[in-house]
Design a protein around this ligand. Sequence first.
Ligand code: CXF
Ligand code: ZN
Length: 379
Amino acid sequence: KSSLKPIRCKAAVCRKAGEPLVMEEILVAPPQPHEVRIRIICTALCHSDITFWKLEVPPACFPRILGHEAIGVVESVGENVTEVVVGDTVLPTFMADCGDCVDCKSPKSNLCSRLPFKVSPWMPRYENSSRFTDLNGNTLFHFLNVSSFSEYTVLDVAHVVKIDSSIPPSRACLLSCGVSTGVGAAWKTAQVEQGSTVVIFGLGSIGLAVAEGARLCGASRIIGVDINPTKFEVGQKFGITEFVNSMTCGNKRVSEVINEMTGGGADYCFECVGSSSLVQEAYACCRKGWGKTITLGVDKPGSEICLNSSDVLHNGKTLMGSLFGGLKAKSHIPLLLKRYMSKELELDKFVTHEMKFEDINDAFQLLLDGRCIRCVLWM
Ligand code: CXF
Ligand code: ZN
């Protein structure tokens, strides 16, 4: 194992915020203990890639290899890796699942405390340590513990899930981030029941994945809220039953409209935009007594949420956030893949575009313009 050599391969490097990625030859160092080096089969674009591509203030960090929704094959393993072997098909996940800490052992959490989630430019287990260098010998930074915009990448073994290699890669890769996050939020975080009324604020990929999860859980009303009326047509394919255009609510707040439509509030509200004022709206229209509001959107660092204090005190509502839909990567992703194989979970409808890795900058443009749900890039 110590004889492993660096691999020279192609990567799309983000050298500066908001500028086109640069296709470069880079060097990918061998995996250290508890790490695996994988060859990426395909990678999709998630909105968080755009968020961090644009970001100019800390935790911004360049040059960096973005990408975190992908599928790959294990090329080599470092010492102490027993869970996977060379040739295994794996899904990378930005959240760790060490399986060993108090939190991983509890069924109530997916927030690993051995390798806690943070937006770090390094490998998770070793401080200030990168496996990437450019051909001038300069360090390239990691992203969300994955960095899949490269033909090869190195991950901690706590960040990979072994999966069945017969599953179509362009579909399986969606469970590496976006679809899992949305479906998991309905299934695990909210625990939506049969016959529930669900409201989804923001019908991007995550909102649509929440709809898919709510449909699988047997929700009977799935109300989509967006400012773009074309989203309703898209939403119908994902089981959205009613649409509210929050731009045309007149002098009413959108929460008032929802409270009227539902006779006092929805069972579950999901905020999938990342706007604290929308979290406020969502909380204001989940039902007293048992309503739950789940936040999935990422607002600007440091933003605060303002809630009506008597609504909080008198009405017994729940507000919670969830990362990766509350899913434990190693145990729950295989269950979702089974449900895809049995044709219950519909992944195909999320893939609106497929192209070559080389065309990654065109894919960024599609997502920026809101013209795609998921664009899968083949290496
Ligand atoms: C996000 C979740 C919140 C922090 C940044 C990454 N996940 C994936 O896209
Ligand atoms: Zn993501």
